[in-house]
Design a protein around this ligand. Structure first.
Ligand SMILES: *[C@@H]1O[C@H](CO)[C@@H](O)[C@H](O)[C@H]1NC(C)=O
Ligand SMILES: *[C@@H]1O[C@H](CO)[C@@H](O)[C@H](O)[C@H]1NC(C)=O
Ligand SMILES: *[C@@H]1O[C@H](CO)[C@@H](O)[C@H](O)[C@H]1NC(C)=O
Length: 319
């Protein structure tokens, strides 16, 4: 999991909604897989497009901080708040507050030693080069990955490594055998699945789609091909039946039925799947913000799998 992208986006959210704990604990699950609900697209202003600002509807329950204060949402129904976020592929810059391109998906260190020009497009600074993992690394004469540098700028590989043919600036591990389909040489003599693929018992390395495709087949990393009769709604990467339910964190089995992912239960108010926690966080003493993760209301504290009333403060104890 790459946390740098999402956490940056959520740090930004934090300043908007001012609930640090909510943001920290949840990652992407909180909002399901709808990036920018399509029906709001037409309301976006040019200014917002240029600034890569999008809107997202978030169930109002996630904003609740006090046990007895249920808020009315300002979204499409009272059960949703509508908030501004950076569009997919962008993250909030912690200093400027602007939405800037995000390279964390293609660059393990989010384009350190380079310039993230557009989403996923990391350009290394001069005297750096992209290695096999997408990171920008020093070139000779300063360094040469898995080799040694000569003053004339030549990178000489250590035994078991070969010079990268495209750049001739770093050395890749060498495998004597040819690696299989969707595999690559990850260490000297060792093939493993390429990024985005996972080994299966029968079929070798297979692409991974997360969340899963619903009524479809995962044909490449995070690329779903729908079975006949099923569709992908705008900004969603799951194959489902046509329906009028939001069905976030799930997929529609039919026009009236939402199938929730594991760890989620269907909620009539939002027509979506909300995360599930043991015993509703201790009889409703907190909000379930991710499967099995509670955020306790004011005056309550974490206890076991849920929340319980805090002990009275010392100066209010009556004997
Ligand atoms: C809706 O409420 C949220 C949460 O309080 C707030 O951040 C957001 O700015 C509001 N949106 C609008 C359009 O008023
Ligand atoms: C650079 O120096 C090394 C060691 O002296 C030598 O083996 C190599 O051929 C040189 N390469 C070039 C391009 O001159
Ligand atoms: C649905 O909304 C109503 C009205 O706000 C609320 O009383 C009820 O608890 C909600 N149901 C669930 C399952 O959240």
């Amino acid at each position: 999991m790459h946390f740098s992208g999402p956490s940056a986006v959520f740090t930004a959210l934090l300043t908007l909604v001012a609930f640090p704990a909510l943001i920290e604990a949840t990652s992407t699950e909180l909002f399901g897989d709808i990036q920018n609900p399509g029906e709001f697209e037409s309301l976006s202003l040019t200014r917002e497009r240029q600034q890569h600002l999008c809107h997202r509807e978030v169930p109002t329950v996630f904003f609740q901080t006090e046990k007895d204060s249920v808020e009315r949402g300002n979204g499409s129904t009272i059960f949703f708040h509508r908030i501004e976020i950076c569009c997919a592929g962008y993250r909030r810059d912690q200093y400027s507050g602007d939405c800037v391109p995000d390279c964390s998906e293609t660059s393990p260190d989010n384009c350190r030693n380079g310039f993230c020009r557009s989403p996923g497009n990391c350009e290394c600074f001069e005297e750096f080069v992209r290695n096999e993992h997408g990171a920008c690394i020093h070139t000779c004469p300063i360094a040469c990955q898995n080799g040694r540098c000569y003053l004339n700028g030549t990178c000489a590989c250590h035994p078991g490594f070969v010079l990268d043919q495209d750049t001739r600036q770093f050395c890749r591990p060498q495998c004597s055998q040819t690696c299989g389909t969707h595999e690559e040489c990850v260490a000297t003599g060792q093939c493993d699945c390429s990024p985005g693929y996972r080994r299966t018992p029968d079929l070798g390395c297979q692409p991974v789609c997360a969340p899963d495709c619903g009524f479809g087949k995962c044909v490449a990393p995070n690329q779903c091909e729908c079975f006949a009769g099923f569709i992908k709604r705008p900004n969603r990467n799951v194959c489902e039946a046509e329906c009028y339910l939001n069905c976030e964190n799930g997929f529609c089995e039919s026009i009236y039925k939402c199938h929730c992912r594991e760890g989620y239960r269907y909620d009539l108010n939002t027509t979506s799947c909300l995360p599930q926690c043991v015993d509703n966080c201790g009889q409703g003493n907190g909000v379930c913000i991710a499967p099995g993760v509670c955020r306790c209301f004011g005056g309550y504290e974490a206890h076991g799998t849920g929340c319980r009333p805090k002990y009275p403060a010392a100066n209010t104890v009556t004997v």
